[in-house]
Write a new protein. Structure first.
Length: 406
């Protein structure tokens, strides 16, 4: 099999693609990158690389399938279709973000993977014509880096990441991810009319009180309460029009969890942008480590921590790559739960769960963990054993290829 992947402005998705590329290569498949920093040349190279019916595009979030002119040829069709290239599209956000594209698929026989089983159910209900499967995110390994050679003109050597002894790690707790001030998001709601403001704020308060409920189920309940019976076609469009609710809740709980620890005088090293904008009375305990940070920096920070804190981006039956990335770095993963995680892991065996609903209990939980580093190390090691066997990009690449031959 020949596999085409894409590097674009979304650094995280490019890093996922690099992880997949390395895995596909290890499996004996040829890979090719379309690079947004060199689009003309790398798009031109697709026709030389591709073999019809033996090539697949593996992309994320419709990148390369979003109407970009560079991928559309003179006959109005995508180069993928003209070249006989199968299209695998992995959605790492809720499908409600991609309503217009899902309603009118850009290429025939596009296959979709969703990272949450509730997202799969949503797809099967609202977009039944599209083939869809569940594919959880995987943990990121720290890819080998090239160390510059001291001799001018000579290439450096690849250097492998070495596991840091748990006792010698620099950070007690890290969180990797940006913060979006919720006040900015609320301003968008406040610009609506009074009736809409009341409607949206009722949803937000309901979600804060019931964080185990998925975004689409919560939105549907409120839409039906307001409008009564609504046909599915209208319902999916209405849900897609409220994507900002999802963004609000992600930011709200991310900020609440970090603030909860800081205000109990538990230092948290945050790697990401805008944390200085969090409304918190104890910023001295939120230790900022740069603004925008790339995926390698995040993975390296996790690898130098005893505990990696995760706040799920509202995935209620899936997981985030932070969970498995921590495990693969021999780091204890501390995360809010989901049905998928509860089915696959046991609390305090391979990871540790906390509750968004009972987040006031989190500081005491963290203090107890930090008091018992040996116990934490054992949990981290069991997490590593589980993740390395079942939750790397190798297993995900295998699942993608198996789906293609069905």
């Amino acid at each position: 099999m020949k596999v085409i992947l894409i590097k674009n402005a979304v650094e995280t998705l490019g890093y996922f693609s690099e992880q997949l590329a390395e895995t596909f290569q290890e499996m004996g498949h040829d890979t090719y990158f379309v690079d947004y920093d060199d689009l003309v040349n790398t798009v031109d190279g697709i026709s030389r690389f591709a073999v019809p019916e033996k090539t697949v595009l593996c992309t994320f979030n419709f990148i390369g399938l979003s109407g970009e002119e560079v991928f559309i040829e003179e006959n109005g069709r995508y180069i993928w279709e003209n070249q006989g290239i199968a299209c695998i599209n992995i959605l790492v956000d809720h499908p409600l973000y991609y309503h217009s594209k899902l309603a009118k698929p850009p290429v025939p026989e596009m296959r979709v993977f969703c990272i949450d089983r509730e997202h799969v159910a949503y797809m099967k209900r609202f977009y039944p014509a599209l083939p869809v499967e569940f594919l959880p995110l995987a943990g990121n390994c720290i890819l080998e880096r090239e160390v510059p050679s001291p001799i001018e003109g000579c290439h450096g050597q690849k250097q492998k990441h070495k596991n840091i002894s748990y006792q010698k790690r620099k950070y007690d707790i890290v969180f990797t991810g940006n913060y979006t001030p919720v006040e900015h998001l609320y301003r968008e709601i406040d610009r609506q009319g009074a009736e809409y403001r009341t409607f949206y704020y009722e949803i937000l308060e309901d979600m804060k009180a019931h964080p185990a409920v998925s975004i689409d189920r919560m939105l549907e309940a409120h839409i039906r309460k307001e409008l009564g019976a609504v046909p599915d076609e209208e319902l999916r469009a209405a849900i897609a029009g409220m994507v900002f609710i999802d963004i609000c809740m992600r930011s709200y709980f991310r900020g609440e969890i970090i603030k909860c620890l800081a205000e109990h005088k538990i230092p948290v090293h945050v790697f990401g942008a805008n944390w200085e904008k969090l409304d918190c009375s104890s910023h001295d305990y939120i230790i900022k480590n740069g603004r925008e940070v790339d995926s390698v920096t995040c993975a390296e920070a996790i690898a130098d921590a005893r505990i990696s804190l995760n706040v799920m981006p509202w995935f209620k039956d899936g997981t985030h790559d932070r969970v498995f990335t921590a495990m693969l770095q021999h780091t204890l993963s501390l995360t809010d739960d989901s049905r998928y995680l509860r089915e696959n892991f046991t609390d305090k065996k391979e990871l540790v769960f906390y509750s968004l609903e009972k987040r006031e209990e989190l500081p005491e939980l963290v203090k107890k963990l930090l008091e018992k580093p040996e116990k934490c190390m054992k949990i981290a090691e069991r997490g590593y054993e589980s993740a390395v066997q079942e939750h790397t990009w190798k297993q995900r690449a295998e699942a993608i290829l198996m789906d293609l031959v069905k």
